[in-house]
Ligand binder design. Structure first.
Ligand SMILES: [Zn+2]
Length: 245
């Protein structure tokens, strides 16, 4: 089998000086692993494309269990993500999360488009607060795409709307005043944060970035969402965020 498809490199593992295994999130075949052989010459097209973040057209041949990348036509290597450590950390985290939430050979082009768009806008961002907004917007849109959208309007226990909700990570959404006591591990959120989370989840990123958003609220959302993602994706931590705060 032979496919030619757009893809984004999520991960690269060196097998030897010459050989690497790439995990590529592709449009036509979902996530797959494929070897890149003999790309020691840094000037070769294969070598220059065999890096995390690279978006391009990949030609992949499959025989038996292992696939091989036979050519890479790089469309964007996102070089500028590497100019700033925070940017690089968030971008690496996007790849890690995309890797976690995708299954081999399952196509998810909405997620593909989300990742591509967010890497592009993150690359041009120039302040940490903007990068934080991009990070939480990515998380919320991703949760919505994979069916883990937090409930932000109705109490997860009784279904009533609530003016002063708290947030329960384990139960996936807001809790009303009457039900607080049932959820001891909740987070105070007030009435603005659920609205802001909804806005970040459903508004195009370009419009979000034209809006003035309170940094403190973003930090609170960032903290709650981190807990939410760890819990619902069943992780103890994210490798890429170890040194990030
Ligand atoms: Zn309730």
């Amino acid at each position: 089998m032979y496919i030619v498809t757009d893809g984004i490199v999520l991960k690269r593992v060196k097998v030897s000086d010459y050989d690497k295994i790439l995990t590529i999130f592709t449009r036509k075949a979902g996530k797959l692993s494929a070897a890149v052989k003999g790309s020691q010459n840094p000037k070769s097209k294969l070598a220059s494309g065999a890096h995390p973040f690279v978006y391009g057209e990949f030609s992949i041949s499959k025989s038996g269990r292992l696939s091989n990348v036979t050519s890479i036509d790089v469309k964007n290597a996102f070089y500028h993500l590497r100019e700033d450590l925070d940017k690089l950390t968030i971008a690496s985290y996007f790849l890690e999360v995309a890797h976690i939430v995708t299954a081999e050979n399952v196509i998810n082009n909405r997620l593909f488009d989300l990742l591509l768009e967010f890497l592009g806008i993150l690359e041009t961002s120039d302040s940490l607060i903007v990068q934080h907004v991009i990070k939480v917007s990515f998380e919320l849109k991703l949760l919505d795409l994979i069916g883990l959208r937090p409930e932000l309007q109705h109490c997860v226990n009784c279904g009533n709307e609530t003016a002063n909700p708290k947030f329960s990570v384990e139960d996936g959404g807001v809790v009303c005043e009457e039900c607080y006591s049932l959820y001891p591990n909740n987070y105070k959120m007030g009435h603005v944060i659920p609205k802001l989370m909804n806005f970040l989840m459903f508004t195009p990123l370009e419009s979000i970035l034209k809006t003035d958003i309170d940094e403190i609220l973003i930090k609170k959302i960032d903290y709650m969402l981190s807990e939410f993602l760890l819990y619902h994706l069943e992780r103890k931590g994210f490798k890429t965020l170890k040194h990030f705060n």
